[in-house]
Ligand binder design. Structure first.
Ligand code: BEZ
Ligand code: FE
Length: 330
């Protein structure tokens, strides 16, 4: 019969709550990729410590497995329940902040969420991105600049928002074409302007396992009123962010932890700015969203990421090093 214990590994028998972790590390140690090996070493350590520290019961372990199976069962190409789970656990925001640290003065990122799509139409400046007749009209006039304050032309700006009932287009079974979303290019002055509707608060999908989890934790499922933005241009770090309306009832209790003070805006009216309503062809009463977005170059983002990684190496007593921008053991 074939032997499955590699000759250089000790036989793994009689494992206990005390020595099983080291044994799992040992059997995983032949993994040739140092980053994969490191990720699994840390994952197994944290999982085992979690089980030991809580004295996890089999019934709880079974409930957790069933929960994950349910999260998988409800997931489809447009229902991203695992992203939702990551969002309500604060993991999405954490990973974005780790992987896309921003230089001071540049626009902070926030959660992508599960409602970005790849099929938004590329439209001209001034386009009405929402067909919802019940939405309150909003004019958005924003700039895209670099960290030196110079306008960046030709940035692809993806925007998406819900309708006035708080639903994204993809949440309607009879969706025929994109609505409440579009892609625009910043002009030669770095300006991007479009017509939309005033965002409203809405609950994240909570008719599935993640909703049940929130209910169990006595948490509400609401996100404060916001509009999503994604900026892309070669040479710049892609920025995924959103703007939030000040004074929203959920401003300080977002179900997915996405609000940052630097992204909270006050809407004004087009008529408040001399000549603006005429210039953009809207009534002076139209709500106005103005914001100056600041992008990092790829090199600035790489430096910010490296600096944060070096701080983590120091925090962990120098046991780690960087390889291709990622931490691995020395
Ligand atoms: C959203 O803002 O679209 C969103 C973000 C996270 C979870 C659900 C929705
Ligand atoms: Fe959203």
């Amino acid at each position: 019969m074939q032997k499955h214990t590699p000759p250089d590994l000790p036989p793994m028998k009689d494992l206990t709550t005390d020595n099983i972790t080291d044994n799992v590390h040992t059997i995983n140690s032949s993994c040739p990729d140092p980053r994969t090996k490191f990720l699994f070493e840390r994952l197994v350590s944290h999982l085992h410590d979690f089980a030991r520290e809580t004295r996890l019961s089999i019934a709880e372990w079974e409930a957790a497995i069933k929960f994950l199976v349910d999260v998988g069962k409800i997931s489809t190409d447009v229902r991203h329940e695992f992203i939702l789970l990551s969002d309500v656990l604060g993991l999405s925001l954490l990973v974005d902040a780790i992987d896309h640290p921003k230089l001071p003065g540049s626009t902070e990122g926030t959660v992508l969420g599960p409602f970005h799509t790849q099929d938004a139409h590329h439209v001209d400046a001034g386009h009405h991105i929402s067909r919802d007749p019940d939405g309150e009209p909003l004019l958005a006039v924003c700039t895209v600049k670099d960290t030196q304050g110079r306008p960046i032309p030709g940035v692809s700006v993806d925007v998406w928002e819900t309708d006035s009932k708080g639903f994204y287009d993809v949440q309607y079974a009879d969706r025929s074409s994109p609505d409440g979303r579009a892609i625009l290019d910043s002009d030669s002055d770095g300006i991007v302007h479009f017509n939309a509707i005033v965002p409203v608060p809405y609950p994240i999908p909570h008719d599935g396992p993640v909703g049940q989890l929130l209910a169990k934790l006595k948490r509400h499922p609401y996100r404060p009123s916001h509009m999503h933005f994604m900026f892309k241009k070669e040479g710049y770090d892609r920025l995924i962010t959103a703007l939030y309306l000040r004074g929203d009832p959920y401003e300080t209790s977002d179900a997915v932890f996405g609000v940052k003070e630097s992204l909270v805006v006050n809407l004004s009216r087009a008529g408040d700015v001399e000549g603006l309503a005429e210039k953009y062809g809207v009534s002076p009463d139209t709500k106005l969203l103005q914001y100056d977005f600041v992008l990092n170059t790829v090199e600035e983002a790489r430096k910010a990421r490296e600096e944060a990684s070096l701080q983590e190496i120091e925090r962990q007593g120098g046991k780690l090093r960087l390889q291709d921008g990622l931490l691995i053991p020395k």
